[in-house]
Design a protein around this ligand. Structure first.
Ligand SMILES: O=C(O)CCC(=O)C1=CC=C[C@@H](O)[C@@H]1C(=O)O
Ligand SMILES: [Mg+2]
Length: 328
C-alpha cells in the first residue's frame, strides 16, 4: 500500500506502558504505540530488542490496519486457546480461571532456570482442566533436549503440538523426523523472524504454522501466507504478539478472513495484561467475537508512558517509517 505521510501517523500517536499480571517472555510491562487512521486504531509494538528492519514489518501492519482496515471476514467467532505462562503448577487454576470455556491451552515450557519436572507438573495441572494442550518452548531445546522433554510430557497424555521446540529450521526438521509422528511440530519464530516464511515447511520442519500479524507485515500478507500453506496441507494458528485489544482485534479479524481455520488461535493474551487501552473484546464461550477495538482516552492517559519512553518510541517509529519508505 501507499504510505501515508509520517506526520499523519505521528499526529495522533500515543505511547502506553501496560503492566502484565504475570511475567511473560521475560517482561513485566508491555509498551505499545497506538495511532489512528481513517479506518480506525492500530498498534505498533515490536519488542524493544528488535532492530529497525524487523520492526518495520510491524509498522507496515499497523499502517495497513489504520488506513485500509481488516480484510473481509468469513466467520464471526474465533476459537481461542488459554495461554499459560511458565508459572508454578499451583498457580495454573488461577491463570485458567481467566479463560472460561477455552477448549485448548498453550503452556510455556523450557523457561530459563526451570526444570523439566516443573514443565511436566505445569502441563499436568493444565490437563486436569483442559485436556487439549499444546506447549511452546520458544526454541530453547536442542534436538536431544526436545526428545527427552517430549517423552516425559507424553507419558502423561497427548499433546496437540509442540511449538518451536528448537531454534533452527535444521533442528526442527531433524526433530520432526526423529519424532516420527509422535507429536506435531509447529513453527513460530522460524516463520515470523525468517526472511522466507515458507522455508521451514519446505525443509520438513513443521506440521503447523503459527502466524502473527504484525511481525509478518499485516493481515493481508498473513491471509496470503495461510492460503499457500493450506495448499501444502499445513494448518495455521493466528497468534498475538502480546498485543493490546487493538492488536488482538486485528488478529481476530485476520483469523476470521482465512479460508480455513481448524485450530484454536493464540489471541487470549489480553488476559495477561493488568490493564488495557480499551474495553475487552467479547469473549464467546472459549472464543472471541470479532469487532473493531475502541480506545478509551482515559486509558491512554492512565497508561501513558514516560516522556523518555515516548520519545524513544516516536523516534523508533520514524526510523521504521524510513525503512518502509525506502522499500516502497
Ligand atoms: O500463542 C499464544 O497463546 C499467545 C501468544 C504467545 O504465546 C506469544 C506472544 C508473543 C511472544 C511470544 O513469546 C509468545 C509465543 O512465542 O508464541
Ligand atoms: Mg511461540
Amino acid at each position: 500500500m501507499k504510505l501515508p505521510p509520517l506526520s499523519a501517523i505521528l499526529a495522533d500517536a500515543h505511547v502506553v506502558s501496560i503492566p502484565l499480571r504475570v511475567r511473560f517472555r521475560g517482561i513485566t510491562t508491555r509498551e505499545a504505540t497506538l495511532f489512528r487512521g481513517p479506518a480506525g486504531w492500530a498498534e505498533f509494538a515490536p519488542f524493544p530488542e528488535y532492530e529497525d528492519a524487523e520492526a518495520s514489518a510491524w509498522l507496515a501492519s499497523a499502517v495497513e490496519a489504520a488506513w485500509n482496515g481488516p480484510p473481509p471476514a468469513r466467520r464471526d467467532v474465533i476459537a481461542v486457546n488459554a495461554t499459560v505462562p511458565a508459572v508454578s503448577a499451583a498457580r495454573v487454576p488461577d491463570i485458567l480461571a481467566r479463560f472460561a470455556g477455552a477448549r485448548t491451552a498453550k503452556v510455556k515450557v523450557a523457561e530459563k532456570g526451570q526444570s523439566l519436572a516443573e514443565d511436566v507438573a505445569r502441563v499436568n495441572a493444565v490437563r486436569e482442566q483442559i485436556p487439549n494442550v499444546r506447549v511452546d518452548a520458544n526454541g530453547a531445546w536442542t534436538v536431544s533436549d526436545a526428545l527427552r522433554a517430549l517423552d516425559a510430557l507424553l507419558q502423561h497424555g497427548p499433546l496437540e503440538y509442540v511449538e518451536q521446540p528448537c531454534h533452527t529450521v535444521e533442528e526442527l526438521a531433524e526433530l520432526r523426523q526423529r519424532l516420527d509422528g509422535a507429536v506435531r511440530v509447529a513453527a513460530d519464530e522460524s516463520i515470523r523472524r525468517a526472511d522466507d516464511p515458507f522455508r521451514v515447511v519446505e525443509a520438513g520442519g513443521a506440521d503447523v504454522a503459527v502466524l502473527k500479524v504484525a511481525p509478518l507485515g499485516g493481515a493481508r500478507r498473513v491471509v496470503t501466507i495461510a492460503e499457500r500453506l493450506g495448499e501444502a496441507g499445513i494448518p495455521v494458528v493466528v497468534s498475538s504478539a502480546l498485543d493490546t485489544v487493538v492488536g488482538i482485534s486485528l488478529g481476530a479479524a485476520t483469523a476470521a478472513a482465512l479460508p480455513v481455520l481448524e485450530l484454536a488461535c493464540g489471541l487470549g493474551t489480553t488476559q495477561l495484561l493488568a490493564d488495557d487501552v480499551g474495553p475487552p473484546m467479547e469473549w464467546a464461550e472459549g472464543g472471541l467475537r470479532i469487532g473493531s477495538a475502541t480506545v478509551d482516552e482515559l486509558a491512554l492517559r492512565r497508561l501513558a508512558a514516560s516522556e523518555e519512553c515516548t520519545k524513544w518510541w516516536r523516534e523508533r517509529l520514524t526510523r521504521c517509517y524510513t525503512v518502509l519508505a525506502t522499500q516502497a
